[in-house]
Design a protein around this ligand. Structure first.
Ligand code: PLP
Length: 396
């Protein structure tokens, strides 16, 4: 496995962290800046880029992305207040299922620019609360078949789902947009899949845009916006590969050409921030059990739940530590597969299973890569009451 090594500044910082300074999250905001710039440059200028804050809402991360994104997608009242404070004045799109009345009121007060509405009930609730004009995108659970996707070997959306509206239910919502009511239907939102490559993502975007234009034409709606969601692929087993943003940008340019008058918007999370973070820790113990090697790390899945959530072996790099000042032999694994576990008293606390290492010893450090998205913020921090990791933001 290619580990996606620490950047030079992150490696230099990792060198200085020892003992209770570990585990630590290290974010390289300079690397994030370069990555976000590359993505923005690959997209046609008129395609809007929103960042889905749920991937990583740390304020320095939100601020580092600010030069490159049009706005932010938030999916709760908590994210809404948090993102408004971290990056004031930036457009927000408020999505997510189960919005409460309190959240909707707050979103109206805070002047949220776009509401992604998930159901007819939510639309009626929003309408009853709105005391100002409100721009709405209806979220649709579109069935996109192989045929609609131009032969791509995919079929997505269209299955029973708690997210969004079935297409026929979209039509039933249309009468709720009345000329003298507060709601204005601006367009359609869909977030149908994750982990797709650029050609498949392009096909999905094309399918959503075509459907939106047809809906608009059929009902004379003058829809002007389509948000085709996030989900751009991030491959944890091949950390050195990246989603092909150039190809996707070219694909979106084609979709935009075929749909004049429709503003295209995307809202990736993971593919923007996954690569800029590392979770660095140390090997507390290295033991053999019935022929298998286990490295017990300081920390665990209560800090980095990603491998448990995705059921994968998380990519890591060994940072050897030369010093061993105990007067007994150093626990070591050599040229054999090692399972990396955390400090939690549960067999589920596994970060990587049976991964071959040249050498791993107690006291060596481990840097887990691709820990910049869906990592710390999806983890169950308080389970077993171990200390929280340190947080370090480099550059930016
Ligand atoms: C989670 C989510 C995203 C971001 O998905 P990624 O896989 O992180 O790109 C975008 N839009 C919606 C509606 C989401 O729920």
């Amino acid at each position: 496995m290619n580990p996606l090594p620490l950047t030079a500044p992150a490696a230099a910082l990792a060198e200085t962290l020892t003992g209770d300074g570990l585990p630590a999250y290290i974010y390289d905001l300079t690397a994030l800046d370069a990555h976000a710039r590359e993505i923005r440059d690959a997209l046609p200028p008129h395609v809007e880029l929103y960042y889905a804050a749920k991937a990583n809402p740390e304020p320095p991360v939100l601020r580092a992305l600010a030069p490159y994104v049009t706005g932010y997608e938030v999916a709760s009242g908590g994210e809404l207040a948090h993102v408004r404070e971290a990056v004031p004045e930036r457009p927000l799109a408020f999505g997510g299922p189960g919005k409460t009345e309190t959240e909707l009121r707050r979103a109206l007060e805070l002047g949220v620019e776009r509401f992604h509405v998930e159901s007819e009930h939510e639309l009626r609730l929003l309408s009853s609360l709105a005391d100002r004009p409100v721009d709405v995108l209806l979220r649709v659970n579109l069935p996109l078949t192989d045929e609609a996707l131009g032969g791509a070997a995919l079929a997505m959306g269209g299955r029973p789902s708690p997210f969004g509206l079935d297409p026929d239910r979209v039509e039933r919502c249309l009468p709720l947009f009345t000329p003298d009511g507060p709601l204005r239907l601006r367009g359609i939102h869909a977030h149908l899949a994750s982990g797709l490559d650029a050609p498949d993502q392009t096909a999905v975007a094309a399918g959503i845009a075509d459907w939106t234009r047809e809906l608009s034409d059929r009902h004379g709606l003058d829809l002007t916006e389509v948000n085709v969601g996030g989900g751009m692929g991030v491959d944890y087993l091949r950390p050195d590969t990246r989603f092909d943003w150039k190809a996707y940008g070219e694909g979106l340019a084609g979709v935009a050409d075929r749909n004049p008058g429709l503003t295209l918007r995307i809202e990736p999370g993971r593919a923007l921030t996954a690569y800029c973070g590392w979770y660095v820790t140390e090997v507390l113990d290295l033991k053999h059990s019935r022929g298998e090697a286990f490295a017990v790390l300081r920390g665990g899945t209560h800090h980095l739940r990603t491998p448990a959530a995705k059921a994968h072996d998380h990519p890591f790099q060994v940072l050897p530590a030369a010093d061993w000042d105990r007067d007994w032999p150093r626990p070591t694994a050599s040229g054999e597969p090692v399972t990396l576990v955390g400090q939690l008293c549960t067999p589920k606390d596994v970060l990587a299973r049976g991964v071959p290492v040249a050498e791993l010893r107690a006291g060596d450090r481990i840097a887990f890569a691709m820990a910049g998205a869906y990592a710390w913020n999806i983890s169950h921090h308080d389970f077993l009451m171990h200390p929280k990791p340190g947080f370090h933001y480099l550059g930016g």
